[in-house]
Design a binder for this molecule. Structure first.
Ligand code: Q46
Ligand code: ZN
Ligand code: ZN
Length: 325
């Protein structure tokens, strides 16, 4: 039986690009040290910062919150978790429950924003009314709410759970469709714009999807195994992930090398050309007169809801930030 290269206990994992085995305890430390190195190397978080972590309930958000919670004391930052209940039937009920269990286990204050309760429409209801695909409505709502939650909390950064496989596949997909501006946004952090857009950080930049999965198992963290019923497993991104993983199997460390180069060169890609504006209805970032969230909610509820949602988030986030350690 394979034994941990650190302590000699029975191993649970083999890391090919390091040629090392790890037991559960040392595997968790290995993943945490990868995240710590990313945070330090790319100056993602500083002392005294408040970080808002977007938590969906899936494995990557468990890895995100688990690693950040174990590093917060040593690196001197405070942490709040934010979950959006999308109202997608049983899937969202389970996701919310896992997010709550996770935050409780890690002692991180959690804010849950329920679309049904707060704006009167779940994702499927909003998508049907607006005659748009659920993922397009869902993506627009989440983008807006994550940003608004971080801005209203006065956070230094919004952390998302994108892992190394996600970022590699997005970068390749955007190259194939020649959306070079989108590649420019794939650095370990994207700067914010005061009052309009929160700074984004990707602490799992060098954590492989498989490592993220093994980390939650090694630590016994709660997570939801199920995929959203709207997820498209034959998408180009998903196919690219499979292809990249075949290359990784032949050339261990392939993804890590690619991402180290991308982190360096992302700033050389063209930057967005449209001027950044402030939404006339809610004041947050927009590429048009009114932001997508305000336009969609105007069609749903007869009035743009951005302002009201921001006020609501302000009080929810302030309460959580007071408890944050
Ligand atoms: S966008 Fe689409 Fe995801 Fe929203 S509706 Fe489900 S699959 S959760 S990342
Ligand atoms: Zn060990
Ligand atoms: Zn708006």
């Amino acid at each position: 039986m394979a034994r941990c290269s650190v302590c000699g206990a029975p191993a649970i994992a083999w890391v090919p690009y390091q040629r090392r085995y790890y037991c559960a305890r040392h595997y968790a430390e290995f993943v945490e040290s990868k995240v710590e190195r990313t945070i330090r190397r790319y100056k993602l978080v500083g002392e005294g910062d408040l970080v808002v972590a977007a938590v969906s309930g899936g494995k990557d958000s468990s890895t995100l919150l688990g690693t950040l919670a174990s590093l917060r004391e040593r690196l001197g930052f405070r942490l709040v978790a934010f979950h959006v209940d999308l109202g997608i039937g049983e899937y969202s009920e389970k996701s919310r429950r896992q997010a709550e269990r996770l935050a409780e286990a890690l002692r991180v204050p959690l804010v849950v924003f329920s679309l049904e309760e707060e704006i009167g429409y779940s994702v499927p209801e909003a998508a049907a009314r607006l005659r748009r695909p659920p993922c397009s409505v869902c993506g627009a709502f989440k983008r807006y709410l994550y940003n608004a939650a971080a801005i209203e909390a006065g956070a230094s950064a919004l952390a998302t759970g994108h892992n190394a496989d996600d970022i590699t596949a997005y970068a390749l997909k955007n190259f194939l469709v020649q959306d070079l501006e989108a590649i420019g946004k794939l650095a370990p952090s994207t700067p914010g714009i005061p009052g309009l857009a929160a700074r984004r950080i990707r602490p799992l930049y060098t954590v492989y999807e498989k490592e993220s999965f093994l980390y939650v198992l090694a630590r016994g963290l709660p997570y939801l195994h199920e995929e959203c019923p709207h997820a498209n497993l034959s998408s180009l991104e998903f196919r690219l992930k499979e292809a990249v993983n075949r290359l990784e199997a032949e050339r261990p460390g392939f993804k890590l090398n690619f991402l180290a180069r991308l982190a360096k060169r992302a700033g050389d890609y063209p930057q967005p050309r449209e001027p950044v504006r402030s939404c006339a209805s809610c004041g947050l970032i927009s590429s048009r007169e009114e932001c997508t969230f305000c336009r969609l909610t105007r069609r749903l509820a007869g009035e743009p809801l951005g302002r009201r949602v921001r006020e609501r988030l302000r009080s929810m986030m302030a309460e959580a930030a007071r408890e944050a350690k």
